[in-house]
Design a protein around this ligand. Structure first.
Ligand code: F6P
Length: 543
């Protein structure tokens, strides 16, 4: 029995551990046979999304115990505190108010600042999309390049790509994040300097990758613009919490949209960091995205824990990570619009909850965020699903699918595959059944016995399925908010701060020292033999 998972003194954790023990022989398929109402009991609807969580290693008792555990940790109070703007990011002494950015009630904290920012953003979007905004040579804008990384890239890129079917305008958005110049050059090759607007998105305006790319772009514009010299104010916008730093780069105040320290980078697509989304699909559609998220926020805030989609998902995550020892979690969108969703979720889940010290400043003694991974399907079926079906451990998976994108034979096959995969993971295929089939086909008993060993599928591999009718901005907004809140609810149970990310800093600092050594810039520090050896190889290669 796992007695180590005890985020509080309550006996509930031991009850859960005992319950887990009693589930050793639980079979999901058998549970369906025994209870024809299982699907009806274990699915929830809200904000256009249906969550079917019936294909999990759970009984009604499991859910009750998990909910009791969440109550013990005052999850509902903590959800209210998040949305009310309490300083839930305790290590940085500030709130995490992404919900305020999609609150249309007028009552959210910082409402006036948020409204003002969106008004300015709407003006800029209108000017660019209508052709009123012109570049240095007087031509309208046809291409926008978002330069940012992490949250200043993944959210805007994922959403813009997902909703490109809603782009009725002439503006094409590109996204550059990598410090590897291959990234920026491959975009620069495809665009015209006269008709391109660059948006430098960086909350801190100190991020190496973003500033290096911004510098390269300015040099490129200076070199490539003919017939007029570069007017920075016509080709650059910035979104940042540090406007003075954008000013140092040469971007005038009028071209700077605000960000705030109370919005975490991985939640920033809801702020003006999402301007590339709005430039692509228009402000109206951007607002629909926000509205979808707002519906999920209201649900998260007001629903009972056992009816609450993000909470149920989070509790299942805890169940597997802390009672079944799973170390990763797959996200499998059967919806091409969501092809970058797993990548977006990696930052959301792992930068938020990849923590090992709790809110009482003690080391955590139990696993926190499992590795989040996945890809758009059915591509994964032809690569890693082998491990999902027959690997030594199990990986809880989320299947995400659109039900009705319109008449399309491709889609029917896509959905059939989605439903088939979760079914196969759950049911598996027994050794004896396979052996029998092979013997009937003429194989000897002994060969069939061996073959069946390799072909049997254990089953009882749990999954959630999230479906919606049609993919729209509202649905995407709800879906993103669902995962954001799931991650927050996990953090409450793990008793960790989901909103800082100090772990990313050390590598950044060391890279500055390594850089100095690579370019022989002044006195430098000594590294370990491996790092020194690799630096020597670099220097040799450059000779
Ligand atoms: O290095 C991690 C990180 O700070 C993320 O949290 C953030 O989303 C990303 O870098 C980009 O930061 P910024 O928007 O300040 O450039």
């Amino acid at each position: 029995m796992n007695k180590t998972f005890k985020p509080s003194d309550s006996p509930i954790w031991d009850e859960l551990a005992e319950h887990r023990q009693s589930m050793q022989d639980f079979r999901i398929a058998k549970a369906f046979n025994e209870d024809p109402e299982r699907f009806n009991k274990l699915h929830l609807n809200t904000a256009g999304l249906t969550l079917d969580y019936s294909k999990n290693l759970v009984t009604g008792e499991t859910i009750s115990l998990l909910v009791k555990a969440a109550e013990n940790l005052k999850l509902q109070e903590k959800i209210h505190a998040l949305i009310a703007g309490d300083k839930v990011n305790v290590t940085e002494d500030r709130p995490a108010l992404h919900t305020a950015l999609r609150d249309f009630s007028g009552n959210a904290p910082f409402n006036a600042e948020v409204d003002a920012a969106f008004s300015r953003m709407a003006e800029l979007v209108q000017q660019v999309r209508s052709g009123q905004w012109t570049g240095s040579t007087g031509q309208g804008i046809t291409n926008v390049v978002n330069i940012g990384i992490g949250g200043s890239h993944l959210g805007p890129m994922m959403v813009t790509d997902a909703l490109k079917g809603f782009n009725q305008g002439k503006v094409r958005c590109h996204f550059v994040s990598n410090i590897d110049s291959t990234d920026i050059h491959s975009v620069l090759e495809s665009i015209d300097p006269e008709t391109t607007l660059f948006i430098i998105c960086s909350k801190s305006f100190t991020t190496l990758e973003t500033l290096q790319n911004a510098k390269t772009v300015r040099t490129w514009l200076e070199a490539k613009l003919t017939g007029a010299s570069l007017d920075v104010s016509k080709h650059f916008l910035a979104v940042t919490a540090k406007p003075e730093k954008a000013g140092e780069f040469g971007i005038p105040d009028t071209n700077v949209l605000p960000m705030w320290d109370w919005v975490g980078g991985r939640y920033s697509l809801w702020s003006a960091i999402g301007i590339s989304i709005a430039l692509s699909i228009g402000m109206e559609n951007f607002n629909k995205l926000r509205k979808g998220a707002e519906v999920m926020d209201r649900h998260f805030e007001s629903s009972a824990l056992n009816q609450n989609l993000p909470v149920i998902l989070a509790l299942l995550d805890i169940w597997y990570a802390n009672y079944w020892g799973t170390q990763s979690q797959a996200v499998l969108p059967y919806c091409h619009h969501l092809r970058y969703f797993p990548e977006f979720l990696q930052q959301l889940a792992m930068e938020s909850n990849g923590k090992s010290v709790d809110l009482n400043n003690n080391p955590v003694t139990y696993p926190t965020a499992p590795v989040t991974w996945g890809t758009v399907e059915t591509n994964g079926q032809h690569s890693f699903h082998q491990l999902l079906h027959q690997g030594t451990g199990f990986v809880p998976a989320d299947f995400i699918a659109e039900l009705n994108p319109g008449d399309d034979e491709h889609h029917t096959h896509l959905l059939a595959n989605c439903l088939a995969q979760s079914n196969a993971l759950m049911n598996g295929k027994a050794h004896n059944d396979i052996k029998q089939e092979l013997v009937i086909k003429g194989m000897t008993e002994q060969d069939a016995q061996h073959q069946a060993m390799h072909r049997q599928i254990p089953g009882d591999r749990p999954s959630n399925t999230i479906v919606f009718d049609r993919f729209t901005p509202e649905i995407l907004g709800s879906l993103i908010a669902l995962y954001e809140h799931r991650v927050f609810a996990q953090s409450v149970i793990w008793n960790i701060n989901a909103f800082d990310q100090f772990g990313v800093e050390l590598g950044k600092q060391i890279s500055q020292e390594v850089y100095k050594k690579l370019v022989n810039d002044g006195p430098n520090v000594g590294f370990d033999a491996s790092t020194e050896g690799l630096i020597a190889l670099y220097k040799n290669a450059k000779k």
